[in-house]
Write a protein that binds this ligand. Structure first.
Ligand code: PMP
Length: 391
């Protein structure tokens, strides 16, 4: 009998579906559930940025743009990255505007990975890293981070996990889902190893502005690293612009050129209205970003304090809008069991740590991109649930 499934490529058929999507399909069917599951800001895009998109539309900005993105946007980005991250990129040849960091990550991998090339990445991590490597016929090798280190990446673990054939190291600081960051000294050690083994770094820094402790350091800003790093960033998180689908990649001209070829054939360009809004966000968005960040920080302090009071051991995330507490001591089930139980008993949705890789077992992710009031209600419900477990 005819079966369309037979046409699905093997490496795609073998991909797991995102654990988050499956879980939240159940949540969306539930009435009055409180969700701490979402990976996006609860804020609407600041008005001045929305207005820039509206104004662009009024002016009839409805065309394609240069494949690399509006030159004006690349110019303001170069300036912004210079001032805030310390790297100098040429707008004409070293910056590519993309459809979110999602596209940037995909085309970075497509541009550099040959079948069988190995890619190191730290875990628990953003759900798309491993599948994105599989989709380009690469081999993804996880390096675990742990709660004992506040989920910073230990360079020695990377050195241990390295094997011949490793071409790329994917980094994401601050990290989704743990809120972990890795300090400058550790980054320097990592950079030394990356240079020694002649690797390339793909660094996803989409949460950089949402760093609450100290200042964010990009590995690309370290000596000898700008030329071997593809720096990825975007507007979704700090500027609350997920629906605009706007990101960018910066790196050495030959790599950006290679990525541009993939982007040109697959995507053509990022939407012009989003790019016009992006110019406004970068040029005049600092105050809006700071206001949202203050809110996140207040919520972070509250939710981590409450989790620890409840007996869910939780480090204070140094960045992002995610808390990543441990399951209560004595709970014998999996993180999925805990999350399903909580959802059933209290209609509060959090994400099992295993959605972010095997090393996420024993934890769950709770997003604090929710109102303070909702966080009070949710943590009270979680407290009731943990109490009911009689551990
Ligand atoms: N990287 C990380 C670490 C993320 O958490 C996300 C979104 N959840 C993305 C990339 C994708 O971002 P974008 O909306 O820019 O595609």
């Amino acid at each position: 009998m005819y079966d369309p499934q037979q046409f699905v490529a093997r490496h795609v058929a073998g991909l797991p579906r995102s654990g988050i999507r499956d879980f939240f399909a159940i949540v969306s069917q539930m009435k009055d559930a409180i969700s701490l599951g979402i990976g996006e800001p609860d804020f609407v895009t600041p008005w001045h940025i929305r207005e820039a998109a509206i104004f662009a539309l009024e002016r009839g900005k409805t065309s394609y743009t240069d494949n690399r993105g509006l030159l004006r946007l690349r110019q303001v980005l170069a300036d912004y990255i210079g001032k805030n991250f310390g790297m100098g990129y040429k707008p004409e040849s070293e910056i590519l505007v993309t459809v979110g960091v999602s596209e940037a990550l995909d085309i970075a991998l497509r541009a550099v990975i040959n079948p069988g090339d190995k890619v190191l990445y730290h875990e628990p991590c953003y759900v798309s890293y491993h599948p994105s490597v599989t989709l380009v016929h690469g081999q993804a090798i996880p390096v675990a981070t742990s709660a004992a280190d506040d989920f910073a990446l230990d360079p020695d673990k990377v050195i241990e996990a390295w094997e011949p054939g490793v071409k790329v190291l994917i980094l994401n600081f601050p990290t989704n889902p743990t809120g972990g960051v890795t300090d400058r000294a550790k980054l320097e050690k990592l950079a030394k190893f990356v240079i020694e083994k002649d690797m390339l770094v793909i660094s996803d820094e989409v949460y950089a502005e949402l760093t609450y402790e100290g200042t964010h350091t990009s590995i690309a800003s370290l000596p000898g690293m700008q030329e071997r790093t593809i720096f990825l960033h975007g507007f979704s998180k700090a500027w609350a612009m997920t629906g605009f689908r706007l990101g960018f990649a910066c790196g050495p001209a030959p790599l950006v050129e290679a990525m541009m070829k993939v982007h040109q054939y697959a995507m053509m360009c990022a939407p012009i209205l989003s790019q016009e809004a992006g110019v406004e966000a970068i040029t005049n968005g600092a105050e809006s970003v700071a206001k949202m960040k203050d809110q996140y920080q207040r919520r972070r302090d509250y939710i981590t304090r409450r989790f620890n009071e409840i007996g869910l051991k939780c480090h204070v995330p140094k960045g992002t809008f995610y808390a990543f507490p441990a399951l209560p001591k004595g709970f014998s089930g999996t993180s999925m069991d805990f999350c399903q139980g909580l959802l059933k008993a209290e209609k509060v949705a959090v994400v099992p740590g295993t959605a972010f890789g095997r090393s996420g077992e024993g934890f769950f992710r709770a997003s604090f991109s929710n109102s303070y009031e909702q966080l009070i209600t949710a943590t009270t419900a979680i407290e009731r649930y943990v109490g009911s477990l009689k551990l």
